[in-house]
Write a protein that binds this ligand. Sequence first.
Ligand code: GLP
Length: 247
Amino acid sequence: MKITIVSDEQQFDRIAAWRVIGEILNKPNAVIGLSTGQTTKNLHHIIREIYQLHPFEVKDVTFFGVDEVTNVPREYAGACYTMLKTQLIDALGIDDDHFIMPPTLSDDFEKECHIFQDKLESKGGIDLQLLGLGTNGHLGFNQPGTPFENETWLSAMDEVLEARIRKETNTPPEKALGGLTLGIKNIMHARKIILVAKGASKADIVKEMLSGPITTANPSSILQLHPNCEFLLDEEAAEKWQITHKK
Ligand code: GLP
């Protein structure tokens, strides 16, 4: 396991941004999976800034999001599509053929899961997947209890996020909100993964992810078995793991 711990937040974002740019420079037609959330927001901005200062070739790169909220308008600021568009995709001038996202609205999400997965496979599969980490260990929208062999599917989001999105979109309780997500199996098939986690609120789950049992109760624990996964952590997120692993 490659574990990178940095003390400075800017350095954290810069390292993550350069991992993405490095992938693009090495493989101009790379397929790169992004994640939304507080942890990845700044690293997206840094990629933009570097691109604006020193443009690099992106016309053959394909980006996609690991997950999407369902049953909200795509233009809603909390939809992953809109977050990724505004944080990164538009600034790089990526066209629609090179930004793959499942729709937020559909009559048949099962079909959409297949379409999303097939599109990624037709591009050659995932070269690099950036992943955030839920405080309960979720990856994408794969909540605790998700079977490791799941492929792209329609899951549920955690209660706190669901309550927030419901409020922000005025979605009534009778209307279901969901999370369409790559499954754990798809994530594990990525050729490279970078898991990013910042802050003290992630310290317990980071310790479990790195040294706890590999169990569906903590989806992130499966990453211990990935042959090419880097865990990029700040000091606060790494603290509890470091205490138990001091020589
Ligand atoms: C949401 C997303 C996940 C993301 C997670 C982390 O649940 N669906 O893909 O990894 O948030 O969010 P944050 O970085 O804000 O902690």
